[in-house]
Write a protein that binds this ligand. Structure first.
Ligand code: AMP
Length: 171
């Protein structure tokens, strides 16, 4: 995990002044590190009753798909508004840098599905909480939330107090 941390690049004042953006593209370019991250994110959930992995557009798609493959379950995309073609549930929320909406197909989750949520990074936790609400609106259960990076100083874990939260790297 230290090797992953060494490849995360800080971009100052992106996308807005005052934000230190954690750029994971150097990590994405390293297949060994990606394999390691996938194994570490999946490890607590191997041989459990996870029925699917859900991930948020866009970086959650990358890590979420890999974790879904590692756990031998399917992947559920949570998308920005207007992208999903069939009927959706929709949740709007506040971001560290703005406002956002996420949507999920209504029929992709079955009642009692046990879903692992995956994203690259938890900051304020708003994105993850909205994602949990989407899954629950469709009748699913959120088994846990797994992140590569946690910005601990933003207390995202507090608004996710009702959920089991895992992160590989904390700042
Ligand atoms: P939040 O809802 O505040 O927890 O923000 C999490 C979402 O925004 C994740 O999908 C991240 O990819 C993105 N994000 C927020 N802050 C940062 C940051 N400092 N560096 C990189 N991505 C970020």
């Amino acid at each position: 995990v230290d090797a992953v941390k060494a490849k995360i690049r800080d971009i100052i004042d992106f996308p807005k002044p005052g934000i230190v953006f954690k750029d994971l593209t150097p990590v994405l370019a390293d297949p060994g590190l990606m394999k390691l991250i996938t194994q570490e994110l999946a490890a607590p959930h191997v041989d459990t009753d996870i029925s699917a992995v859900a991930g948020m557009e866009a970086r959650g798609f990358i890590f979420g798909s890999l974790v879904a493959q590692a756990l031998d379950v399917g992947f559920i995309p949570l998308r920005k508004p207007g992208k999903l073609p069939a009927e959706t549930h929709s949740v709007s929320y506040d971001l560290e840098y703005g406002q956002a909406t996420l949507e999920m197909h209504k029929d992709i989750v079955s009642p009692n599905d046990n879903i692992l949520l995956v994203d690259d990074l938890i900051a304020t936790g708003g994105t993850a909480l909205a994602s949990c609400q989407l899954i629950e609106a469709a009748g699913g259960h959120v088994a846990a939330c797994a992140f590569v990076i946690e910005l601990g100083f933003l207390d995202g874990r507090e608004i996710l107090a009702n959920y089991d939260v895992h992160a590989l790297i904390e700042y």
